[in-house]
Design a protein around this ligand. Structure first.
Ligand code: M6R
Length: 611
């Protein structure tokens, strides 16, 4: 989704802005632009497409040197992706410019009113009205912050907003529902929608909260509420290092992130298991034993890959806690008047911690007094801060749009949470705890075994780069993995893929089977094994192609399948981890054989901050 960076200080702004935009590329965008001070005027340069195109345009300009500026990557919502609709947007007289993330819901009403007053709009965007509205007030007061405050009272919707005027060395920043951080450097300040944009310049940041506005000058920053009351904010230190957001020799971030999983799982477990006493130690849990005792139901809300993790969470939590677990798409949850109350636990899972649908679901749950537990990757993100308590997944920055390591670490976090609640309620035996801990600890080594199969998976993938459709089939706890495998493939290779419970295939999807249709079966040795074999036979009998993800040493599968990827033998409940790695690699290599833009697939955004 859209990305924002701003700079004010003593250095050349353009290189910092361009560099920041490049760091934000992973979020997904279709156009970009910068605005700087230029000889008492504002200069805006924009481009449809990539930041390299913007750079080329900037190079053509002579003598651009400014030490203040704002910049933006746009992911189109209102108006097609083109240069005109790209941000920054000027006010009607070019005296000020804005960059905006989010959606102005009442933009057409404001636009109409302004048009009646004679204003002429140039873009199809919702954002342009902000520039016009702020400028209307600015012309009267010559106070930029006041003008922004006034304009915001008329705006409905969400915003991460930066405003720059031609005649003041200050950037006005405001936030509602779209993340904004202020980076504090030495005699310089940065503003961004994401820490990765400013990480190489400063690690000291302030997270702006909703309904807060900041005025940043060369020497100072001042944060107030929308009622202009001063707010003192804590300065946080970002722990992420620069090499964590670089490719480190891998062809794509996605591949790097797939291969990072053994280490990231170790990070997720580190310090959270008291081996001596066989107990789970989780920091951020503020919920009482009394609350856990009285839980009437658990609801997990999430989107996309995080939702697939939630489906697995249902298996795990219900099995050990014997508490009913519902899993909802976050986007659906709030509209169905969910039956929850103060005794319900709502678990929100999100990599980015900024997904608008998940945030809206949390809001709904909070209104109904449920307790919110966040399982979040990005430290300091809005969901992390909005939840009553939670745990960080510790997967590190995930740059590839297709989620991989964040998913496996979400799963680990769900296991830890299950153990934690299970121990609090004495629902998990000593023996079960030991077995689970043992399985969790063995994950990195087991995953490495699958990663070592990557050459073979790459070879199998080469045979499917021209396929148009795929079926992914799994049962029980591996059904969500089938969904995840299908999602990964469609996201990065643009091949249509559907995930189904294997037995459900005969109730419809079987009609699709012919000699061109590959079906990926997840078939580990467990109680469903024979049933899945029958499903495979049904496909074989209709001439379909079978790719199996099976347990090492399973000779029967070799005979039934056209291609087999072996994963190590494990307790069924933990096969999800190794199976998903095979799925990730298969999707990755198919997309790579097709020369797809794997880290930044078309139309997708890393963090979906609009509902
Ligand atoms: O940041 P979140 O986990 O809340 O994001 C949810 C989905 O948008 C996300 O998982 C999406 O489906 C990924 N691109 C999947 O690879």
């Amino acid at each position: 989704m859209c990305g924002i960076i701003g700079y004010i200080g003593k250095k050349e702004a353009i290189p910092i802005l361009i560099n920041g935009l490049k760091r934000l590329e992973y979020r997904g965008y279709d156009s970009c632009g910068v605005c700087i001070h230029d000889n008492n005027l504002l200069k805006i340069i924009k481009a449809k497409g990539k930041i390299v195109d913007l750079e080329k345009r900037i190079k053509k300009e002579n003598n651009l040197n400014s030490t203040i500026g704002i910049a933006h990557t746009r992911w189109a919502t209102h108006g097609i992706p083109n240069e005109i609709n790209a941000h920054p947007h000027f006010s009607e007289d070019n005296n000020l410019a804005i960059v905006h993330n989010g959606i102005i819901e009442n933009y057409d009403t404001i636009k109409l009113l302004l048009q009646k007053e004679g204003y002429v709009f140039k873009t199809q965007t919702d954002s342009e009205v902000i520039a016009f509205l702020v400028n209307k007030f600015y012309k009267k007061s010559n106070n930029l912050k006041d003008a922004v405050l006034k304009a915001l009272t008329q705006i409905t919707g969400t915003y991460g907003l930066l405003v720059l005027s031609k005649d003041k060395r200050e950037i006005i920043v405001a936030r509602k529902g779209s993340p904004i951080i202020i980076g504090i450097g030495k005699n310089e300040f940065f503003v961004a929608s994401d820490t990765s944009a400013i990480l190489e310049y400063t690690k000291n940041v302030i997270y702006l909260d909703d309904f807060e506005i900041a005025k940043i000058t060369d020497t100072n920053y001042e944060i107030t509420s929308l009622k202009n009351q001063k707010i003192n904010k804590e300065i946080h230190k970002i722990k992420t290092s620069l090499d964590q957001i670089e490719k480190s020799g891998y062809k794509h971030f996605m591949l790097k992130e797939i291969f990072e999983q053994p280490e990231k799982i170790k990070d997720a477990l580190s310090g959270r298991i008291d081996f001596k006493n066989n107990r789970i130690v989780l920091g951020g849990i503020c919920l009482t034993k009394e609350f856990f005792k009285n839980i009437n139901k658990i609801v997990i809300v999430a989107c996309g890959t995080s939702w697939h993790c939630a489906l697995i969470g249902k298996f795990v939590l219900e099995k050990y806690l014997r508490i009913s677990v519902e899993v909802d798409y976050a986007s659906e949850f709030r509209y169905r008047n969910p039956i929850i109350d103060e005794n319900s636990l709502v678990i929100a899972i999100s990599q980015s911690g900024e997904t608008a649908d998940t945030l809206a679901a949390i809001k709904e749950a909070k209104e109904k007094k449920a307790k919110i537990f966040g399982i979040v990757n990005v430290v300091g993100s809005t969901i992390a801060r909005t939840s009553d308590c939670g745990i960080y997944t510790r997967a590190g920055p995930e740059i590839g749009v297709a989620s991989t390591k964040a998913f496996t670490n979400q799963l680990v976090s769900l296991w830890l949470l299950t153990l934690f609640i299970g121990q609090k309620l004495n629902k998990i035996t000593e023996k079960e705890t030991k077995e689970i801990i043992n399985n969790l600890n063995n994950l990195p080594e087991k995953i490495k075994i699958v990663l070592n199969e990557s050459k073979k998976i790459k070879e199998i993938a080469s045979k499917f780069k021209n396929s148009k459709n795929f079926l992914y089939l799994g049962r029980g706890i591996n059904y969500p993995i089938a969904l995840e495998g299908a999602l990964k493939l469609k996201e990065i290779s643009y091949i249509h893929a559907e995930g189904y419970p294997a037995a459900e295939m005969k109730h419809g999807p079987i009609a699709l089977i012919d000699k061109n249709m590959p079906s990926v079966f997840i078939i580990n040795k467990n109680k469903n094994y024979d049933k899945i074999i029958s499903n495979m036979q049904e496909i074989k009998a209709r001439g379909g192609i079978i790719i199996s993800i099976a347990t090492k040493g399973d000779e029967q599968i070799l005979k039934l399948s056209d291609h087999t990827i072996f994963v190590p033998k494990m307790d069924t409940q933990f096969t999800t981890f190794v199976n998903v790695i095979a799925m990730q690699l298969l999707a990755y290599y198919i997309a790579d054989h097709k020369n797809c833009e794997i880290d930044k697939p078309r139309n997708l955004a890393k963090s979906v901050t609009v509902e």
